[in-house]
Design a protein around this ligand. Structure first.
Ligand SMILES: [Fe+2]
Length: 359
């Protein structure tokens, strides 16, 4: 049997509507021989989730891979032969275990981490309605450390646009910012943040707000730093970051947000980078891969495609991660703050839930 990589990439692209190159497929092959667990393969491939799943599904149909009783993936004898012919090598793991590759140590913030863990214990569960899914405590505290390290939090006025990660609580608990303001759509979260803020006298200002609607005037040009974690459609990225920029005081201010490989192809990354460079005219000072590590959320299995045997097993690690961006505004930078009510901002063809929706 001969495996035509170009045809395989084309088939994946057609079925998923996600641009797929031969090299994407080869990267996924390398991940397959690095680990038997699908979720780890998805994470190591650093490619869109549905592209990875579809590629594995095709290999399974061709009899090149199989799954055991536990859903672990193995190469069949035919698969082994083809992978050997293609000279596929496993990916070595050189990630720094001390900082999980973030380049940020939170050793000195142990006390903050413990306090944060204690007060967020009763946090509301992630729900599908608003594309929720929150990050690990370590991630939230690393964000605070990152901001502090860059001089973007101490004595600064901070705005958080969407806060299922409860960054507002960690920021206020650190005692560093001068002001913390949250805009969040989900009343379960605004109620929770308000409650904890009152209980611990954190003075967080919390507003229930759908970010499809523009920010109220009194919040424009008032902040030094914004944080957000938008749904990964181009429109949502544009809206959330545009609002964040509109809230900033002017040149030299900072914005932080995440972008995944799991729900965003390289082509989307390119569109997004053009948006930052050409529309908003902001500079990217940092993009730290895998900075944001998400806790596996309850609705995952009911929301994604379920037609492949290896998707039925539970993730063995926090596989869904995102790159943390830091941007800085310049005198040239532009902002937007208009209502946007025309279309769904949560889902595009690269979203985890897309295939399921089409089925
Ligand atoms: Fe490190």
């Amino acid at each position: 049997m001969i495996l035509n990589l170009e045809e395989l990439a084309q088939e994946v692209a057609t079925k998923t509507q996600i641009p797929t190159l031969e090299r994407d497929v080869l990267m996924i092959f390398s991940s397959i021989i690095s680990t038997p667990n699908f979720w780890e393969i998805a994470y190591r491939s650093a490619r869109p989730f549905n592209q990875v799943a579809e590629t594995l599904g095709i290999l399974q149909k061709k009899g090149l891979i199989g799954t055991d009783n536990e859903g672990q993936i193995f190469l069949t004898p035919e698969g082994k032969k083809i992978f050997a012919e293609l000279k596929i090598n496993p990916l070595p793991d050189y990630y720094c275990t001390a900082c999980s590759g973030r380049g940020i140590s939170i050793e000195k913030l142990k006390e903050l981490k413990e306090k944060f863990a204690k007060i967020t214990k009763e946090r509301p569960a992630a729900i599908v309605n608003f594309d929720q899914g929150y990050v690990t405590e370590e991630t939230t505290i690393s964000r605070i450390a990152h901001l502090a390290h860059r001089g973007d939090i101490e004595g600064k006025e901070i705005i958080i646009l969407g806060d299922d990660d409860l960054v507002s609580l960690a920021a206020a608990l650190s005692g560093l910012p001068k002001r913390v303001v949250v805009f969040e759509i989900d009343t379960r979260l605004t109620d929770f943040i308000k409650e904890q803020s009152e209980k611990y006298n954190l003075k967080i200002e919390t507003y229930q707000h759908d970010l499809k609607y523009k920010l109220p005037l009194e919040f424009l040009n008032k902040f030094d730093t914004f944080l957000t974690d938008p749904p990964e459609t181009i429109k949502a990225l544009e809206l959330f970051i545009g609002r964040g920029l509109a809230a900033l005081k002017g040149p030299g201010c900072a914005g932080y947000f995440g972008l995944t490989m799991a729900e965003s192809s390289y082509l989307k990354w390119l569109h997004f980078q053009s948006l930052l460079a050409e529309k908003f005219k902001v500079v990217v000072t940092e993009a730290i891969p895998n900075f944001n590590e998400y806790v596996n959320w309850d609705y995952l299995h009911s929301s994604i495609r379920n037609d492949l045997s290896f998707l039925k097993i539970k993730p063995n690690l926090n596989w869904y991660r995102s790159t943390q961006f830091r941007i800085i505004t310049l005198p040239e930078s532009a902002t937007t703050n208009e209502d946007f009510l025309d279309e769904d901002i949560y889902i595009d063809e690269e979203s985890l839930v897309y295939t399921k929706m089409e089925a």
